[in-house]
Design a protein around this ligand. Structure first.
Ligand code: NAD
Ligand code: DAU
Length: 332
């Protein structure tokens, strides 16, 4: 795999993936990114131009996609509308980008016989009770809750159908909640870090009891590279690092690391339809491909991202007031 087309490579996980590739492989990378509010050119700053090229464009633009797919060995598809809260206020771009965009890429790789890896989420499986001993695995039935997760579930099913009907050489991965640098400050962890850094109090939806299964973004991306190179065609792999925490515990850890009182947060209006708990069983990935997380401890893994937000205020400052104004309108 010498040359990759990475969609959404100016977003959170995509930009970290491109950085991981530059550090750990000899691949050249073309990033296709529309630079929506969630994309940031600066997330690719400092990368060698002979290794990484950014093309600003839409994954729904078939002629553009055709020409870029023609120039690469494989496509890794991260681009998406990714924020649940936004999908509740304006679902339209989720349907277009997540479904039509994936369809457009699948048609292009089908026509040109290229390898394709599809990035997806554990949210396609719905949610679990807090005391449920089961975790999500590759055989868990799909049961998405929000417009975001429904469009991701639909995109996964398109990929599976293109494998079975047309023999497209695709793999899929469904990962749990990522944390790390370059994540948009609308998302939970960077929102609370930058709240503290700007003199605001962290905001917990509802009672703060909801559980997410946290994984460092580099552990996600190392797994993606492994699946791209060694995964079985047509297979789905769940990616997770046994990082279950409730939201209150996460905020308390952020407050602790930033030297604040553990109860210096506010409880705010809950998210409609808020999924209670996600939890991943990644046995298949571990046993079949030998993957192991390099960041098994959440609180240790969080230290460098917190320092990154402290050191890189210019990356997030412009978006902060507008993001908080939007949340305030929703009582959040
Ligand atoms: P993000 O919102 O930070 O980045 C998305 C990127 O896609 C942005 O750079 C944006 O400009 C680009 N984009 C959006 N619409 C586009 C279009 N029509 N054409 C081209 N580019 C477009 O998202 P993220 O958190 O980095 O998530 C990346 C992928 O990983 C998504 O598919 C998401 O569903 C999946 N995922 C995310 C998480 C998580 O915890 N963040 C966990 C599991 C899976
Ligand atoms: O599970 C994978 C998914 O994780 C990805 O598919 C999504 O793209 C990604 O955004 C993320 O979805 P969540 O909805 O879990 O992430 P978010 O950061 O929005 O919220 C995490 C939890 O924190 C969730 O229970 C809602 C809560 N929350 C969020 C915000 C923004 C708060 O309590 N306060 C907040 O201010």
């Amino acid at each position: 795999m010498n040359s990759l087309l990475v969609t959404g490579g100016a977003g959170f996980i995509g930009a970290n993936f491109v950085r991981w590739l530059v550090d750990n492989t000899t691949c050249t990378v073309t990033v296709l990114d529309k630079l929506t509010y969630a994309g940031n050119k600066a997330s690719l700053d400092g990368l060698p131009p002979e290794r990484v090229k950014l093309v600003v464009g839409d994954i729904c633009d078939r002629p553009l996609v055709d020409s870029l797919v023609g120039d690469c060995d494989a496509v890794v598809h991260f681009a998406a509308e990714s924020h649940n809260d936004n999908s509740l206020t304006n679902p339209a771009p989720f349907v277009t980008t997540n479904l039509v965009g994936t369809f457009t890429l699948l048609e292009a790789v089908r026509a040109q016989g290229k390898r394709y890896h599809h990035i997806s989420t554990d949210e396609v499986y719905g949610d679990l009770e807090l005391d449920d001993p089961e975790r999500f695995c590759e055989l868990t039935p799909y049961n998405p809750s929000s417009p975001y997760s429904a469009t991701k579930a639909g995109s996964d099913l398109l990929v599976r159908a293109w494998v079975r009907s047309f023999g497209v050489q695709a793999t899929l991965s469904n990962c749990s909640n990522n944390y790390g640098p370059y994540q948009h400050i609308e998302k939970f962890i960077p929102r609370q870090i930058t709240n503290v850094l700007t003199g605001r109090r962290p905001k917990l939806y509802g009672t703060g009891a909801n559980v997410r299964d946290w994984i460092h973004v580099d552990d996600h991306n190392a797994a993606v590279w492994l699946i791209l190179n060694q995964g079985r065609i047509g297979e789905t792999y769940l990616i997770g690092a046994d990082g279950e925490k409730n939201n209150r515990e996460v905020v308390e850890e952020i407050l602790r690391q930033l030297g604040q009182a553990p109860d210096a947060y506010d409880l705010v209006v809950d998210r409609p339809g808020h999924d209670l708990r996600y939890a991943i069983d990644s046995t298949k990935l571990r046993q079949e491909l030998g993957w192991l997380p390099q960041y098994p401890c959440f609180s240790d893994g969080l230290t460098a991202p917190i320092a990154w937000y402290q050191a890189n205020e210019t990356w997030w400052r412009e978006a902060k007031d507008a993001t908080e104004a939007t949340y305030a309108l929703q009582g959040q």
